[in-house]
Design a protein around this ligand. Structure first.
Ligand SMILES: Cc1cc2nc3c(=O)[nH]c(=O)nc-3n(C[C@H](O)[C@H](O)[C@H](O)COP(=O)(O)OP(=O)(O)OC[C@H]3O[C@@H](n4cnc5c(N)ncnc54)[C@H](O)[C@@H]3O)c2cc1C
Length: 403
């Protein structure tokens, strides 16, 4: 089928954050003519994120299924990074340096030690470290730091470089990137048939992939049973500059401070990311002053050199949260509709796996797709469909700072 400007394609992807771009690139590469629509490609949560690829560091009790998805995607990352860089001739900033977790005091250490035992029970690559061993890895740690663990397989990518490279790879692949907002999903009978843009034009397509981040549950046109249960969860992060101070971190550092997680992600450029809040609230990209104070206070408790960095910016975006924190990937509630959303705090990590799963399911053309793990299949919510209002207002208890 012809692409783009004539308003027809095999697939139209709504949203060009990390998920929509990765999916669009894979689909076009698999031979399906693809249009990706977004008024601000490479924006959204993907632009604000820290880029940690950290299935072990993100593990919470009861989230073993999410862990399995994260480990699967982390394994795909080295090849994915190489492929995107080769397809775009642009760097993606993938760094395989592991992540050091440290405790600010004895209480925090007790929690980390417990978590490390949990890692052991699941066979994860995680090494308990004494205070001295932590300091050998990161000499400028605060004097009060009380040991921690090292997650050797938790890496990072520069998400802004990645987004630019993915957008270029999409363009070079022959897929179309249309800078418009989707006003609604077009449905005829029991089938999604394309989208209507904000200027009234339509794009008809055999399949619609919904990858609009937290807004995925707000698009007009979908019958209630097909609306994904995705809600906005605010994340605020500080951008610091450490190059002038000469006080660089050697690897990503995650601290636990009075039970609150905080992280510092060093970039090769000297940029240092300090994050992040996790706040259940209506969507806004405004930075909150109190969050800046808490993030700085907590970071100083584990890495005092933060005091010497330059403050560049405080930024916020809404993560696409789902009721069980796992993404929704695959066919959902309406023929022709495929979801790629709800990646919450792990969309950068989960992008390679998501793109492969969506491509696998559309290329095979199957409706019940065995390759989509049940743990991320939208079908797990099918017994109790969500209405659009519920999808955007449903709240979970607040979690403090995560990625
Ligand atoms: C502070 C912070 C730190 C984070 N750190 C990490 C991390 O270290 N590692 C990690 O893996 N994840 C991290 N995350 C989570 C990660 O950013 C998200 O899971 C991921 O970005 C989701 O990608 P997405 O493409 O689904 O959504 P988004 O990046 O939000 O993209 C959605 C896109 O859809 C577009 N869109 C919306 N509505 C429409 C419409 N009607 N028509 C067309 N386009 C539309 C938007 O313009 C946007 O570009 C972090 C998030 C935050 C906020």
């Amino acid at each position: 089928m012809a692409t783009s400007e004539d308003g027809q394609a095999d697939v139209v992807v709504v949203g060009a954050g990390v998920i929509g771009l990765a999916v669009g690139w894979r689909l076009q590469g698999a031979g399906l003519s693809t249009v990706v629509v977004d008024p601000d490609p490479g924006g959204g949560a993907s632009h604000v994120a820290a880029g940690m690829l950290a299935p072990v560091g993100e593990l919470a009790y009861g989230e073993e299924e999410l862990l399995a998805l994260g480990i699967d995607s982390a394994r795909r990352w080295p090849a994915f990074a190489e492929e995107v860089a080769a397809a775009s001739d642009l760097p993606v900033g993938y760094v395989a340096a592991g992540t050091l977790h440290v405790a600010a005091d004895a209480g925090d250490y007790a929690y980390l030690e417990d978590l490390w035992r949990f890692h052991g029970s699941l066979g994860l690559d995680s090494t308990l470290l004494s205070t001295r061993e932590c300091r050998e890895r990161e000499p400028l740690l605060a004097p009060g730091v009380r040991g921690g663990f090292f997650a050797a397989g938790d890496h990072q990518v520069d998400n802004r470089l990645l987004l630019a490279a993915l957008a270029e790879a999409v363009r070079r692949s022959g897929a179309a990137l249309v800078r418009h907002s989707v006003a609604g999903i077009d449905v005829a009978g029991d089938r999604a048939t394309g989208v209507t843009l904000d200027d009234g034009r339509t794009i008809t397509a055999g399949h619609v992939v919904l990858a609009a981040g937290w807004r995925s549950g707000t698009l007009a046109g979908l019958p209630p049973g097909a609306v994904p249960p995705v809600r906005p969860v605010k994340g605020q992060l500080l951008r610091l500059e450490s190059a002038a101070s000469g006080l660089a971190l050697r690897q990503t550092l995650r601290g636990l401070v009075n039970g609150r997680p905080v992280y510092l992600v060093p970039r090769a450029s000297g940029e240092l990311l300090l994050g992040a809040t996790s706040e259940e609230m209506p969507a806004t990209d405004a930075s909150r002053s109190g969050a800046v104070r808490i993030l700085l206070d907590d970071a100083l408790r584990v890495f005092p050199a933060v005091d010497e960095t330059s403050f560049v910016a405080s930024e916020a975006a809404m993560r696409p949260g789902s009721p069980d924190n796992r993404p929704l990937i695959g066919p959902a509630g309406l023929d022709g509709l495929v979801l790629a959303t709800g990646h919450y705090r792990g969309g950068i990590l989960l992008a390679p796996m998501t793109a492969d799963l969506v491509a696998g399911c559309l290329v095979s053309g199957a409706t019940a797709v065995p390759s989509i793990p049940a743990s991320c299949s939208p079908g797990r919510f099918a017994e109790r469909p969500f209405s659009k209002d519920e999808a955007t207002s449903r709240r979970r208890p607040p979690v403090t700072e995560r990625s």
